[in-house]
Write a protein that binds this ligand. Structure first.
Ligand code: 8YV
Length: 328
C-alpha cells in the first residue's frame, strides 16, 4: 500500500474542492480561515509534501526552516510577492502561481472600479442609504468624469493591463501605457495603445490604472511627486498591490482635491487601510476582490492543484516560477 502525500491547504476553499484534494492526499486544512501565525505556518510546512497558499501566507527562509520534505508551494494567486523566490529555490521548493485564468475577471473589475470612481457611484449610493437624497441637485450634483473619449493611462501592461486596454477601446478611449518593457508593435496595435514614459503618462491621462507586480522597484511607484503630475480632474485606480501607491500621499492629495478621485482594491499594510482614506468620500474602497467570481476562484484553485499534483508526481508544474529547479 502506498501512502498518500500530505498537503497543507492554508486558507478556506470550496468544500467540494477540498473533498477532491482529500481523495488524493492527507490534507491539513484551514476551513476556519484564520490566517496562520508565522510559527503555525512553519510548523505546518514541516510536516507536508506540498502546500496550497494565498497572498496571506509569506513563504520565506523562516517559514521554510523546518520544511525538509516540502516539494512545492502553489500560490492561489497570480501575484507572488508573498514568496521569497530565491529562498524557495535555495530550499529546493518549487514555487507556482495562477496566471491567465483570472485575466478577464480582473480586467473587468479594473474597469468596474474605474467607472465607480469616475462616476461617484458608491459616494452617491451612500447618500441614498443615509437618507441624504437632498444632497442631490438635478443639474449640478453629483457630477463625475467621463470615461468615453477620455485618455486612459495604464501602468503595467501585462496580460491584465492589455485586457483593460481592449475594454477601453469599446469606450472610445485613447489608451496610453507605461511598462518596464515596451510591447511588440503587433501587441500595441491589438490594444490600440501608445507607449509613454511614466511622467508623460501621468500628465496626459484622464484616468490612471495600476496593474504592475509589486517588487522593491515598484514600491511607492506612485507617491506625492507622481500624483502632483496628474490633472486635478484625474482619477487613480490601484488593482495591483498595496505599497505601489504611497497611501498617505494619496489620501493627502484626495483631501486637498489635487486629483479628482481614487479607486483602491489593494492597500498598503492590507488588511489595514490608511485611516485618512476612510474619512474621504472621493475614494472607492474594495477589499481585494478583483479576481473574486466563483468561476475564476475555482479556476485558480484548479490550476494551483494541478501545479501541486504535477510536482508531487515528479512532473513539471504548468506555472513553475523558479524554472531553474526543473531539469528536463
Ligand atoms: C488573489 C490577487 O485573490 O492573483 C492575485 O495576484 O491579488 C488575487 O487574485 C489574492 O492574492 C489571494 O491569493
Amino acid at each position: 500500500m502506498t501512502t498518500k502525500p500530505t498537503i497543507l491547504v492554508a486558507r478556506a476553499i470550496f468544500p467540494d474542492d477540498l473533498v477532491k484534494l482529500q481523495d488524493r492526499y492527507e490534507v491539513i486544512s484551514n476551513q476556519a480561515d484564520q490566517v496562520f501565525t508565522p510559527d503555525e505556518l512553519r510548523n505546518h510546512l514541516a510536516s507536508v509534501d506540498g502546500a496550497l497558499v494565498t497572498g496571506s501566507e509569506r513563504i520565506d527562509q523562516s517559514a521554510l526552516a523546518d520544511a525538509k520534505r516540502l516539494k512545492i508551494v502553489a500560490n492561489i494567486s497570480v501575484g507572488y510577492n508573498n514568496f521569497d523566490v530565491p529562498a524557495m529555490t535555495a530550499a529546493k521548493v518549487m514555487a507556482t502561481n495562477t496566471p491567465d485564468v483570472l485575466t478577464d475577471t480582473t480586467a473587468d473589475f479594473g474597469f468596474a472600479l474605474l467607472m465607480a470612481t469616475a462616476r461617484r457611484i458608491t459616494e452617491s449610493e451612500h447618500w441614498i442609504r443615509n437618507g441624504q437624497w437632498d444632497k442631490w441637485s438635478i443639474v449640478h450634483n453629483p457630477l463625475g468624469m467621463d470615461l468615453h473619449h477620455s485618455t486612459l493611462g495604464i501602468i503595467g501592461m501585462g496580460r491584465i493591463g492589455q485586457g483593460i486596454a481592449k475594454r477601453a477601446l469599446g469606450f472610445g478611449m485613447r489608451v496610453v501605457y507605461h511598462n518596464r518593457k515596451r510591447l511588440s508593435e503587433a501587441d500595441e496595435k491589438a490594444c490600440g495603445a501608445r507607449y509613454l514614459d511614466k511622467e508623460t503618462l501621468l500628465r496626459e491621462a484622464d484616468h490612471v490604472i495600476l496593474v504592475v507586480p509589486y517588487s522593491a522597484e515598484s514600491h511607492h511607484l506612485i507617491g506625492a511627486k507622481e500624483i502632483a503630475l496628474m490633472k486635478p480632474t484625474a482619477t487613480l485606480v490601484n488593482i495591483a498591490r498595496g505599497g505601489i501607491v504611497d497611501d498617505a500621499a494619496l489620501a493627502a492629495a484626495l483631501k486637498a482635491k489635487t486629483i479628482f478621485a481614487a479607486g483602491l482594491d489593494v492597500f498598503e499594510g492590507e488588511p489595514k487601510v490608511h485611516p485618512e482614506l476612510l474619512k474621504l468620500s472621493n475614494v472607492v474602497l474594495a477589499p481585494h476582490i478583483a479576481s473574486a467570481t466563483e468561476k475564476t476562484r475555482r479556476a485558480m484553485i484548479a490550476l494551483a492543484a494541478e501545479n501541486l499534483s504535477a510536482a508531487l508526481e515528479g512532473k513539471r508544474p504548468p506555472s513553475l516560477i523558479n524554472t531553474e529547479l526543473w531539469q528536463a
